[in-house]
Design a protein around this ligand. Structure first.
Ligand code: COI
Length: 357
């Protein structure tokens, strides 16, 4: 239940002329277009102030803004869809509000009150509901983020911050199943590091190894543990799961793995359906062995942007393991379909995951 009465007011400054009439809701790509407005808040003297919805546009910033130098910057990603009756539905926003604050703690940033996160998000989606695209793989992708704004050149936690939420009508992050390579040299996150926080720097560090993989024709990498490169952690910007002998197996969460909302949701659905689910360590050797003995039936990535994306093949030490044809991937097909329908209000919301606006 959202206690909106006790929360500070959000000022709304709307655009003079909306860009909506010229918006083409067909052929959408991911992350390229933004709606008319964004939510904004500023942190100073220990308080979040100046809460407002304002026209989307450039920010005025000092070149000494500390986030640019020392990387105190965290973000979230979640999606809104439209139900058949036109009601906007946001998928599990309270999970993102909580995770943002877990990231904030790790990066020595202030928390953003969860109720205020939900209020700001709700108001923004209410205002921008005309931008929610209807297409099968389309959504209104919402991007809350926070960064340090002190104008100071010294390594210390900033005393001021900005929190914003952007809304972006978006198409699929991946348009086809992905070819991935097990990364055995570079590391996404080490034990004791920031891997379980949704920190901007984690993504920055992944770009060079990912680009090397792309040069060799891989869409993404499978990250392994930073110590021995022996255990599977994530795939690219997503969590990863396998079906081995009919059991859904996924790496157990550690401080080097992002606790994904899609991962959490899929595990809950699978358990509800009575599928055996194991959250545990998975070594690359186990995976190769499962493949070679015909027990690796499926592999897929799980993330908000990607939703559930099937993996076409996994390459390890130059050997490519091609996974079964998509139509035979009964479990991941069923999970993907159910999630897609649930988010659009086409399944009964038995888990109470949808915030109706
Ligand atoms: C998401 O899945 O929402 C993310 O934040 C990952 C990013 C690559 C878009």
């Amino acid at each position: 239940m959202i206690e909106t009465q006790t929360l500070p007011d959000i000022r709304i400054d709307t655009v003079v002329e909306s860009r909506l009439p010229s918006f083409d809701p067909n052929h959408l790509k991911f992350g390229r277009q933004f709606t008319d407005h964004m939510f904004s808040a500023e942190y100073r003297d220990g308080q979040w102030t100046n809460l407002r919805i304002m026209p989307y546009g450039p920010l005025k910033m000092s070149p000494a803004t500390s986030a640019l130098h020392y990387g105190q910057s965290i973000f979230e990603g979640l999606k809104a869809h439209k139900a058949p009756d036109g009601t906007p539905l946001i998928f599990r926003p309270e999970e993102n509000a909580r995770r943002l604050n877990a990231s904030a703690v790790r990066m020595k940033m202030p928390k953003f009150p969860e109720a205020l996160f939900l209020k700001g998000l709700t108001k923004l989606v209410q205002l921008e509901k005309g931008w929610i695209p209807q297409g099968e793989d389309y959504s209104l992708y919402l991007r809350p983020f926070m960064f340090a704004t002190d104008e100071f050149l010294g390594v210390k936690p900033s005393e001021t911050y900005r929190f914003l939420i952007l809304a972006s009508p978006a198409g699929s992050y991946y348009t086809k199943p992905v070819r991935v390579k097990v990364e055995t040299h570079y590391t996404r996150a080490a034990s004791g590091g920031t891997g379980s926080a949704k920190a901007a720097g984690n993504y920055a560090g992944s770009l060079y190894p990912a680009a090397l993989g792309q040069q060799d024709g891989f869409d993404q990498l499978i990250w392994t543990d930073g110590q021995e490169h022996k255990y599977i952690e994530e795939s690219g910007t997503m969590n990863i799961a396998f079906i081995i002998d009919g059991t859904l197996v996924t790496p157990a969460l550690t401080d080097s793995i992002l606790p994904g909302v899609t991962r959490k949701s899929v595990l809950k659905i699978a358990r509800q359906w009575g599928l055996p689910v194991e959250e545990r360590k998975i070594s690359v050797a186990e995976l190769v062995d499962a493949y070679k003995s015909g027990r690796l039936q499926d592999a897929f990535g799980l993330g908000t942007a990607a939703t559930l994306i099937q993996i076409e093949s996994i390459t390890y030490n130059g050997e490519e393991f091609v996974l079964p044809e998509l139509p035979s991937r009964e479990i991941s097909n069923r999970l993907a379909n159910y999630l897609r329908r649930l988010k659009r209000g086409l399944e009964e919301d038995t888990f109470n995951w949808l915030l109706r606006i």
